[in-house]
Write a protein that binds this ligand. Sequence first.
Ligand code: DC
Length: 240
Amino acid sequence: MSDTKKTNPKIIIAVDGYSSCGKSTFAKAIAARLGYIFIDTGAMYRAVTLYALEHGAIRSGMVDEEAVVKLLGEISITFRFNPQRGASDIYVNGDLVEGKIRTIEVSNCVSQVSAIPEVRHKLVAMQQEMGRRRGVVMDGRDIGTVVFPDAELKLFMTADPKVRAERRYKELREKGMEVSLEEIERNVRERDKADMSRAVSPLRQAEDAIVLDNSHMTVDEQMTWFLDRFARVTRQHPDR
Ligand code: DC
């Protein structure tokens, strides 16, 4: 494996797709395998949402878009590698927020916050800067279409909504959160709808993306599938 790491060409791998279909888990595994940097762009939209919740720009689930835009100038997002997790933790203005951004409160408001053009503008510019040197795996909704339309390898991940809801339910319950499966399934379906129908950078499959439906695949099976694609793509880009 160290050999693979040494000789790996540095390309951009865009992992887009529906919510809760294991994009981050898979993107993180790919990055570890290739010695690439992993960037979870959903965490960035979640961090802005959390900040808005904590600073009065979202009250009783209602997002005040103007107030969110006003807060944007005071939000600085950074990532720091956490060797224990084998991935980077997200910080807002120097505060670690990794554990706070995945609650159902944030999940319920994040689609609306991420549809605000100014929010997207700021975060997309940050993501483009992070991937400037290539050698990154970036997961999100618009990576292959907007952030890096020239990414050498684009995956579009999908899975049955019921399977996705069950996976997220298990994950949140394991973290001790009190949630119901119905509530999670509703959130998954609503976010899909909102992400696909927003005016700015809606979730859609890039024309040159490869679809990966992982409803019935383990991470190991997905990895085997992926490494085959990676080898094919990098043969076409010997210069990278
Ligand atoms: O991947 P996730 O579920 O943590 O993402 C949270 C939300 O952020 C998702 O509902 C849509 C939004 N998002 C986005 O609009 N664009 C991205 N590149 C990543 C996430």
